[in-house]
Design a protein around this ligand. Structure first.
Ligand SMILES: *Cc1c(COP(=O)(O)O)cnc(C)c1O
Length: 447
């Protein structure tokens, strides 16, 4: 007992504290309260053991204080950021990692090094967080938004090749929800057209494609450590790559165009740069959070698989499928389609209200980014009009129409968050039970 590893002990107690149970509740299905009314109709609210977020204890506290007292707070002062980079590269299975200030910075840096600029086109999915789009626009390039495969919620690989033109500079698949995009096909397309693949893996820490971690498959991978993400230091990001020259250039870009280390300031390669450095506080916080990562990934994955089996039994609930090459999903989101015709035509909005009232955090997720005022407004941006012409921008609006995504996001998509999947097995059973309850009382819930 005296030799118990303190870190391990703290981890274990943190899990217990989060209300997780390791034993499957086998009697649950039989003793279930399926005859109870939904909460919205006066039924009793269930209690869930979903995890708090962020998860931390004295390990993180010590990590932050250690940096504080070292008097070395920035990466140009100390060596913690470099230590994190080494550990993260090992975790992802790449030769090199560069820590940066955010996931957006990671993408922005890679696009900068690939010299994406005015007149260029970048191919990416429409179904993604707006940051993936923003980094293209920051470089005055055209974001070519690709429609969504409704079965998986990922970029529809069938639609990539027809979107390639002489202006295409790179392909940026996003592993949305933490599940890998159809990477064999996308890597093939990249090879056939001599286009680099930059993976937006901001939601996909430790997700795997055929046994390899995402972020190690293309020229470069981008990760986010923003507070909601599965690895968190408030704000932060990383670039992963096996290409040393590429990472060296990225280092320069993120450090005002200067290479070198904390002690030597030599001129880097390239002609542009900015400051996108991570701090030593964040790096040490990440090292502490990484002691929990693999275990959290495993738990989400086990719970998601279990939940999928339960939800597949319910007519009108269609969990997102994983592509064949997927050997692990990071399940940053649990995504599924809702078919209201199997719920007495209860609207998705009302379905989500009813589930939320049961105590299950859920939402309809991303909408139609291509139709948003924000994206549509680009067609009137004066710099874009100068570069691409009025006709060019009108044609762009036509090109980014995504009918499959319109149906998916307009009527069907529903998300649970990653903290839901850090609950216990019985929580997954209670989720399925709540969905059944809503289905049973769908007519009454319609008001
Ligand atoms: C979060 C996220 C980003 C941006 O990361 P930040 O760290 O918030 O800048 C980019 N792409 C996707 C898919 C994301 O989910």
């Amino acid at each position: 007992m005296k030799t118990i590893n303190r870190r391990k002990f703290l981890q274990t107690s943190a899990i217990a504290g989060a209300g997780l149970t390791l034993m499957p509740n086998l009697t649950f299905a039989r003793n279930s309260s399926s005859n109870n009314k939904p909460v919205l109709l006066g039924g009793k609210k269930n209690t869930f053991g979903f995890s708090r977020w962020p998860v931390y204890d004295q390990t993180e506290e010590k990590a932050l204080l250690d940096v504080l007292h070292s008097n070395k707070w920035g990466r140009l002062d100390g060596s913690v950021t470099a230590a994190f980079e080494e550990a993260y590269a090992k975790q992802i299975g790449v030769h090199h990692t560069l820590a940066v200030s955010s996931g957006t910075s990671a993408l922005y840096t890679m696009l900068g090094i690939l010299d994406v600029g005015p007149g260029d086109e970048v191919i990416l999915p429409v179904y993604t967080f707006v940051a993936s789009y923003n980094v293209v626009v920051l470089n005055y390039a055209l974001p070519i938004l690709i429609d969504t495969d409704p079965e998986t919620f990922q970029i529809d690989a069938d639609k990539i090749e027809p979107a390639i033109t002489n202006q295409t500079k790179l392909i940026m698949p996003v592993h949305i929800g933490g599940s890998p995009a159809d990477m064999d096909r996308i890597l093939d397309i990249g090879r056939n057209h001599n286009l680099p693949i930059i993976e937006d893996a901001c939601q996909a820490h430790l997700a795997e494609w055929k046994g390899k971690k995402v972020g190690s498959l293309g020229l470069g991978g981008a990760f986010s450590f923003q507070s909601t993400k599965n690895l968190n230091c408030a704000e932060g990001g990383a670039i992963t790559s096996n290409d040393e020259g590429f990472i060296r250039k990225c280092y320069g870009f993120h450090n005002q165009g200067q290479g070198g280390t904390s002690t030597s300031y030599t001129t880097g390669e390239g002609t542009r740069g900015t400051n996108l450095r991570l701090t030593e506080f964040q790096a040490n916080l990440l090292l502490a959070q990484m002691t929990r990562l693999a275990q959290q990934v495993k738990r989400r994955s086990e719970n998601a698989t279990y939940l999928t089996n339960l939800l597949n039994e319910i007519p009108g609930i269609i969990p997102a499928k994983l592509y064949k090459g997927t050997t692990n999903s990071a399940y940053h989101l649990y995504m599924f389609r809702y078919d209201k015709t199997k719920f007495q035509n209860l609207s998705r909005k009302r379905f989500i209200e009813a589930l939320s009232a049961e105590g299950i955090p859920c939402s309809s997720g991303y909408g139609q980014m291509n139709s948003s005022a924000y994206v549509q407004g680009l067609a009137g941006n004066k710099h874009y009009l100068k570069i691409y012409g009025k006709k060019g921008m009108q044609e762009w609006l036509e090109r980014i129409q995504c009918p499959q995504n319109d149906t998916l996001t307009g009527e069907e998509s529903v998300w649970f968050t990653q903290t839901t999947l850090l609950g216990g097995r019985s929580d997954m059973e209670k989720i399925a039970e709540a969905v059944r309850r809503v289905q049973k009382y769908a007519k009454e819930l319609k008001k």
